[in-house]
Every structure is written in C-alpha cells, then in structure tokens.
Write a protein that binds this ligand. Structure first.
Ligand code: ZN
Length: 416
C-alpha cells in the first residue's frame, strides 16, 4: 500500500496514483507448469482470501430484501459456488451448503419483473439450479431451470424490457449461457438462446433505424445511449459475441462489427472510453461498468473473432489507461473497483499470453490484499459481490489460475 498515493486535486480524486513499477519480465510472480501462481505470491493471495472470507462469514448477512447477485444474497451464493469449483475436496460440499443457506431464504420471495441475471430473478434461480445439480439433486435443479426458461417469452415479447446487462435481455441471455456452461446444452438448448438473441437484434435494429444511426444496432437504457459494460453497447455486444450457435453467429458478427468500428471512433485521446454518447463529464470513469475496463472485453473478443489488429490496439490502450488510473478510490469491488479493473487485464492476458497483463493483474491484487487500509470510499453494500468484499475474494480466487479466470455473470467458456 505504500506504493500508491492519492491524486492531487480532491475533485479529481477518482483514482490513486499508480506508483507500482512498470512491467519487466523478471517482476512476474512464479507460475507452475499449468500456468498457476505458486510460491510466496500464491501464499500471499491465499492468506488474503482466508482473511477476507473470515470477515464475510462474520459480517455479511441477508437483509431480507435484496436477493440480487449484484448487491444481495445470491451474490454470496455465487461466491460459494465459485469456492466449491476452485477448491474441490477441501471441505467436501461445505461451500455448496453455504450457497444454499444464502439461497433458501430468498427463493420463496423472488418477485419483480426484472429477468436479468445480475439484478433480476434469473440470477438466484440459475445459481440454485447449478448448486442442486452439483449436489446430485437433478429433479430440484430441473425445476429451477424450468423457472428460468419460463421467463423467456416475456423477455422476448415485452417491449418495456431493456436490452442492457444489469436489468435487461442481455442479462437474461447471460443466465442462459451460465446454465449452458454448467449444465450443458442438453439442459439449455440453443432454441431459447437464439430466441433471445433475435429479440436483442430486432430491438437494436429498430432503434438504430428510428434514430438514423449508420451502424446497424443501437441500444438505450432510460433514454440514454450508454456505451459501457453495465448498461451499454460494450456489455450487450460482448454477451452476443459469446453465442456460439451457428444459426445466429454469422448474423451477430455481421451486425456487431460495424458497431464496434463506430465505437472505436468515440474513444478519448487517453485510450479511455466514454460512458454514454451524451456524456458531458469527459474522460473520467475507468470502471468495469463505465469506461475502458468494460470495453476491453468486447474489443479483445472482437479481435479474436475478426482478426482486426485495430481492436487489439484499442484493447491495449484500454489496458494502459486502466493500469494508470484503475486503482480506484471507490474501493476494491468488481463493478467500479480495483478488483473489477484487474479482471480486464486477465482477459487480455488470456487472449495474448503477454505476461505484462498478468503482472498488472497481480499488482492490482497486491493492492487488494491490503483491503481497507487505503482510505477508500465505503460502498453502500460493503460485503456484496459487485460493490464489495465478496467480489474481491471472487477475483483473488480466480487470480490463482489466471488461464481459467472469468468475470462472474459476464464471461463464459470462450473458445472462439
Ligand atoms: Zn459500477
């Protein structure tokens, strides 16, 4: 923590000055033959995980209202599923039962029309389906899968539902991809996925035509043209580009590519990316939700698919600005915190195998290991998955095996 100091002006106090030394090849923590962390740095991360988990066990609680993955109970359930998947055999199925302890009080009280995974009802239902499946309770698992699928008609036909990730159709699509990843295509067949993709494409074409954009797809949330991962184009396009069904993949790619080209023209000189088209706040936010870290996923995947070097160069510009301005005063969380920004380095590392980006993620992790010691702003939900401590733990667990790391509810088995 002694290597960072706050930016000078209080008004500009969004990030700490990053004074970690820049990458050199001998600075990287040691990796074993499976490219997993080992040695002292691995021990440091493991001990931070243990310490933070003890705090979560003691302090995190169901408030009786918030069931969401984003800030509520099912976020804690998802963390325990993650621990079970990553530390197999350590405590048998203890983490699956801990996940159920978070889920059981909320599964009976799910209400509201939000169908998305992160902030809506498909999140807790999908996690329940996977946890029961891992426990061998296939019938109960199937009942929760059916409840997720039952939302599909409404998602596709209700025009009042937005398309973005946190509350909308892309967020519902992420629940289907999550179930496919864990339970297989025999449980979630592609017909459902294709239906939702079609609805998102129709909605995007409709708005682009109505507002006379030159690119084929456009989306808004609350009448604002957001561009980042949480509410905007970067998040929607990243989810769409992960769909592998051949019947829609060609169309998705044809539509999305000109949109990504358009987005390239919107970037700031620093390499950062605007939060919305109408944004007047300028080059300020460097978060997963708004700004370069969230755009990086879309750009890297677009590079992998289209082999266009401009996308990789733009992603590297995003990484540069995230390294310089991504240690955030807002804290250590995933949505607008340092752990969330570190995840984007891992995505670029996985795509390029350039150790520079693994080093960046490790340095941000090192900063997260001093959780609470930097005078950061305390989030409203300090123990939650997307604003608080549970998200930091989720990231640190993934850093142990960077090749398999995946930002939760956003990044699914990508073999494109
Ligand atoms: Zn955020």
């Amino acid at each position: 923590m002694e290597t960072v100091t706050k930016m000078s002006s209080p008004k500009e106090e969004r990030s700490f000055r990053n004074t970690f030394p820049d990458f050199t090849s001998d600075a990287l923590p040691p990796l074993n033959k499976n490219k997993e962390l080992e040695g002292d740095f691995q021990s440091k991360i493991l001990s931070a995980i243990e310490k933070l988990l003890n705090t979560l066990d003691e302090k995190a609680e169901d408030d009786g209202k918030d069931y969401s993955i984003y800030t509520g109970s099912s976020g804690h359930a998802l963390l325990h599923l993650h621990l079970y998947m990553n530390f197999p055999g350590v405590q048998d199925q203890a983490d699956l039962y801990k996940a159920l302890n978070w889920l059981k009080p909320i599964l009976g009280r799910l209400k509201g029309s939000k169908p998305s995974m992160l902030c809506g009802i498909s999140g807790p239902l999908a996690i329940a389906a996977v946890v029961y499946d891992k426990l061998g309770e296939k019938k109960i698992s199937g009942e929760y899968v059916a409840k997720v699928l039952a939302l599909c008609e409404e998602v596709c036909n209700d025009f009042s539902i937005p398309d973005e990730l946190l509350f909308g159709r892309a967020g519902y699509l992420s629940a289907l991809l999550f179930l496919q990843q864990h339970l297989g295509p025999q449980v979630i067949n592609n017909n459902m996925v294709v239906k939702v993709v079609d609805a998102i494409l129709v909605s995007g074409q409709d708005l682009a035509k109505r507002k006379h954009y030159k690119h084929p797809l456009m989306y808004e949330w609350h009448d604002k043209a957001y561009l980042g991962a949480a509410h905007g184009l970067a998040g929607i396009f990243f989810i769409l580009l992960q769909v592998s069904d051949p019947s829609v993949q060609k169309q998705i790619r044809e539509f999305v590519k000109p949109c990504v080209d358009y987005m390239l023209t919107l970037r700031f000189a620093s390499g950062n990316c605007p939060s919305s088209l109408e944004s007047t706040s300028g080059d300020k936010l460097v978060h997963w939700c708004h700004g370069a870290p969230g755009w990086m996923y879309m750009l890297v995947l677009a590079f992998k698919i289209f082999k266009d070097m401009r996308y990789l160069e733009a992603a590297k510009d995003c990484a540069k600005v995230t390294w310089e301005r991504g240690i955030l005063y807002k804290g250590y969380g995933l949505c607008h915190g340092t752990a969330g920004n570190a995840y984007s380095f891992l995505f670029l590392y996985k795509a390029t195998q350039d150790p520079r980006y693994l080093y960046y993620a490790c340095k941000f992790a090192e900063w997260c290991c001093d959780y609470g010691k930097h005078g950061c702003h305390k989030p409203d939900r300090p123990y939650s998955l997307f604003e608080g401590m549970a998200g930091t733990v989720y990231f640190l667990v993934d850093l142990l095996h960077p090749q398999n790391a995946a930002f939760p509810t956003f990044e699914f088995n990508i073999n494109i």
